[in-house]
Design a binder for this molecule. Sequence first.
Ligand SMILES: [Cu+2]
Length: 145
Amino acid sequence: MDRSEKFALTLGIFFLIILFGAVLYAKSQSGVDLPGCVTDVEPYSEGKVDTLDDNRFQIQYVARMWLFMPMEVKLPVGSEVDIYVVSHDVVHGLQIVGTDVNLMAVPGAIAYKKYKFDKPGVYYVRCHEYCGVGHQNMEAKIIVE
Ligand SMILES: [Cu+2]
């Protein structure tokens, strides 16, 4: 290995360490909540909304070709929501436009993110992973009022 290769390798490792440190810092200091994956529960097959408390809800999305279930959810302003998504066919994505909710729906796994809906309005839930000919029609709504 010549000197320039060693330098490039060292530089690459250095930037990976910086990136990893920045992610850990953002998670611990800035309140950034990274999406997770639930591994100890079998993937559910029906989409539904559960009320956990006055302002706490749980939405279990099922992504399939080419829709999300449930298609429409109504929530009060200030709701704290546990959002789960599964897929039983191909890889889909779940993005709630205007929020930092951006999950991958991979068959066999449950993706998870918590989000608080502070502002009233209509939030569109869209698929961000090309999943076939009907991909552009995959849309659901969360109505916060
Ligand atoms: Cu799609």
